[in-house]
Design a protein around this ligand. Structure first.
Ligand SMILES: [Cu+2]
Length: 165
């Protein structure tokens, strides 16, 4: 048996899905957009890195204080019109990183979030297929970067490169 084969066997043994479900997924850079006054919907973004050798599936992202959330996918058609549709789940292949960012995939957050002021930290739970979950914190950002109009999803493409530092 050569070294490569041995390594593969060890890797397979270490990554039994039942044992390691929910592990090996790193959530970082979570942030939530401070909605305009009176608005009851906003968006949450984050980076999810699958460091494991098994696929991981995010089934839901919940946000403390929100009524509900949905994962959405923004798409641009041939005419440059942006629209969005629900994303029932988000699958991450082994060793891949998925970024939820303005203009792309995002979690839509419904319900007034009175505590959502710039700089506030909100608890976020990322739920995975199989029942595991990962806790993280999203930083509230805005309103300097707010788009004209509410929930238009027009902030994508190459036109907008937000810098949030
Ligand atoms: Cu949306």
């Amino acid at each position: 048996m050569n070294i490569t084969k041995l390594a593969l066997l060890i890797t397979a043994a270490l990554h039994t899905p039942a044992l390691f479900a929910g592990q090996g997924l790193k959530i970082s850079s979570a942030w939530i957009r401070v909605p305009p006054p009176g608005a009851k919907v906003t968006a949450l973004y984050l980076t999810a890195e699958n460091t494991s050798t098994t696929a991981q599936t995010i089934t839901k992202i919940s946000v403390e204080g929100a009524n509900r959330t949905e994962m959405h996918q923004s798409t641009t058609d041939a005419k440059g019109m942006m629209s969005m549709e629900p994303l029932p789940q988000l699958k991450l292949d082994p060793k891949t990183t998925v970024t939820l960012a303005p203009g792309g995939n995002h979690a839509m957050v419904f319900g007034a979030l009175p505590a959502l002021k710039t700089g506030a930290k909100i608890k976020v739970t990322v739920h995975l297929e199989g029942g595991a979950s990962i806790q993280t914190e999203a930083v509230a950002r805005g309103p300097g970067e707010l788009d004209a109009g509410q929930h238009q999803h027009s902030d994508g493409g190459t036109a907008t490169q937000h810098h949030h530092e």
